[in-house]
Design a protein around this ligand. Structure first.
Ligand code: ARG
Length: 561
């Protein structure tokens, strides 16, 4: 209809012409039924032929990629996500970047892009000043020897309290209170420790080198539990030697200039300049980000860099990207060709609708959160029916881990990423509704059919791939399931177009629904002949597709629930 408007013809007349041409085209009629004529004001309804649909099912059955063709023109895409500030314990705020970034990396890679993941660790910031100061004034050597991570965590929390806490919070913590009283200048001294580290002070540098592996071990443990791996973990410290050059370059190209001792980038249309060097000589977060962009451009030559970072940093990225673009136009060509995208997301809220905090008002530690999810999942897995299935303790534990972690990931991924969402264990662990547990259970149920029937799934796939006429779609529920299960490629394209994993979760949920309607109404193992092969093939393909979909979200699927 918009086309008819542009051409100034009647929609129905245009539709008639279009239909005539399509019905005449062998490419079209190989896949679609002849179109009967325009409907109403000029709608053109097309219907996929049963045999074409059956061929699609057979081909997907025989394909390790489930019918998804790898992209003809893949791009090199860098993903920057998770990126916690180390030396502080990871908290609930880190879950979104980590989980969304990982899912997008898996999806883009599966589509055929060359994906490079880089965890841009905050390993050079003021938190090290706190730890260094704490180490020098109140470390407990025995505790450090026994559990270095825990001791560094204690030091961080303690010093932060000494420096930042309100009087009433201090009053509640006698150790912190005493320390604060003994060191009234603690705040200034902490900054000094950071500055010394940045200037290359030998002692602080040596301590930093000792602390870093300890801090990284801590976050590595969490990534392992979350099934997350990075190609690179370069971190802010890696780019420090380059910062001088970045500032010089930007000054030389006329983008940056001095203003009251500091150096900033002044761009047209920006109200405030982007500071890249403070008056005291210190570099900033933005300086590191600019150096990182230039380094990635030179070493990885990406077409795109995606930053999966909290929406509160959108102004930062807007300015950094604009600077990089102008810099590219003036001096560094490869920068101009890259697409830079900030993939922002909203906040995790508690059930009271406010940012998620513990009852005491602290941020919720990520590890404790994972533990609680798994513990609650264990309670479900241990219940009645499941226990009777004869899982042993180790199996039940593995299932609880997959269900608990899967629930947390899925609850996050199934939200529209730009909105805030309420974190609720009760909701995310429900066995009905759009949850990981429901989806994992659906896979187990679908895959269980072949098991009960003693079906050799591999042989079935080969059979239908070799002879597509073994698949014949007759019942409307078979048709609906077939149409739905073949949408994987289109759905993944949609996910990429706006970087929204919830498009995938919504479709998987729908697919599980169309399988239920199919399976509740039609016998599968008890069917005969071609009908049995068709239904088994549909079940097999649905099971694999659901499993693949969950894998692309980074969610493990236990064989048995
Ligand atoms: N470390 C930062 C933070 O915790 C996030 C870093 C995001 N990535 C980047 N290239 N700036 O806020």
């Amino acid at each position: 209809m918009p086309l008819a408007k542009r051409l100034r013809v009647k929609p129905r007349d245009l539709a008639e012409k279009l239909i005539a041409r399509l019905n005449d085209s062998p490419d079209f009629t190989a896949v679609f039924e002849p179109i009967e004529g325009p409907v109403g004001p000029g709608f053109v309804n097309v219907r996929v032929r049963d045999d074409a649909l059956a061929r699609g099912v057979a081909a997907a059955c025989g394909d390790a990629r489930l019918g998804v063709l790898p992209l003809a023109q893949p791009e090199t895409i860098v993903l920057d996500y998770s990126s916690p500030n180390v030396a502080k314990p990871m908290h609930v705020g880190h879950i979104r970047s980590t989980v969304i970034g990982d899912a997008l990396a898996r999806i883009l890679r599966f589509r055929g892009h060359r994906v490079i993941t880089d965890n841009h660790l905050g390993d050079w910031g003021t938190q090290f000043g706190m730890i260094l100061w704490g180490w020098k004034h109140c470390r407990e050597d025995a505790a450090y020897a026994a559990d270095p991570t825990a001791e560094l965590g204690r030091l961080y929390r303690l010093v932060r309290k000494v420096v930042d806490a309100k009087p009433e919070e201090l009053a509640a913590d006698p150790v912190a209170k005493e320390l604060a009283a003994a060191h009234p200048e603690a705040g200034r001294e902490v900054l000094l420790e950071t500055a010394k580290l940045h200037e290359g002070d030998a002692e602080n540098r040596k301590l930093w080198e000792e602390f870093m592996p300890v801090c990284r071990q801590e976050i590595e443990r969490i990534y392992q539990r979350l099934d997350i791996e990075f190609d690179h973990t370069l971190g802010e410290s890696f780019f420090q030697p380059l910062l001088h050059g970045v500032v010089e370059d930007l000054q030389a190209s006329g983008l940056a200039r001095e203003s009251r001792g500091a150096i900033g980038v002044f761009l047209d249309g920006q109200e405030t300049p982007l500071l890249i060097r403070k008056a005291d000589g210190a570099f900033l977060y933005a300086t590191t980000d600019l150096a990182t962009i230039a380094w990635r451009a030179e070493h990885w030559r990406p077409d795109r860099i995606l930053y999966i970072v909290d929406h509160r940093q959108s102004q930062h990225f807007q300015q950094v990207f604009a600077t990089a673009r102008s810099w590219g136009c003036r001096a560094a060509k490869q920068l101009a060709a890259m697409e830079l995208v900030h993939i922002a997301f909203g906040t995790v809220l508690g059930e009271d609708g406010k940012p998620f905090k513990t009852r005491a008002g602290d941020t919720v530690g990520l590890e404790a959160l994972l533990d609680e999810g798994v513990e609650r999942a264990a309670a479900i897995v241990g219940e009645g029916e499941h226990a009777r299935q004869g899982m042993d303790e180790a199996q039940r534990k593995a299932v609880a881990e997959a269900v608990g972690i899967g629930a947390i990931k899925y609850a996050d991924l199934s939200q529209n990423r730009t909105t805030d969402y309420v974190f609720s264990f009760d909701k995310m662990l429900e066995l009905k509704g759009n949850t990981a547990a429901y989806m994992q259970y659906a896979v187990a149920r679908v895959e269980g059919i072949a098991g009960r029937g003693g079906i050799d799934r591999e042989a079935l796939r080969q059979q239908v791939a070799a002879d597509p006429t073994a698949v014949e779609l007759v019942d409307p529920r078979e048709r609906r399931l077939a149409l739905n299960v073949l949408r994987l490629a289109a759905v993944l394209e949609d996910v990429e177009s706006d970087y929204r994993p919830n498009v995938l979760t919504a479709w998987l949920f729908e697919l599980a629904g169309s399988f239920s309607s199919f399976y509740d109404a039609l016998p599968v193992l008890k069917a005969e002949g071609r009908q049995r092969t068709t239904r088994l093939a549909l079940a097999d393909l649905t099971g694999r597709t659901l499993r693949q979909g969950l894998e692309l979200l980074g969610i493990r699927v236990p064989k048995q629930m």
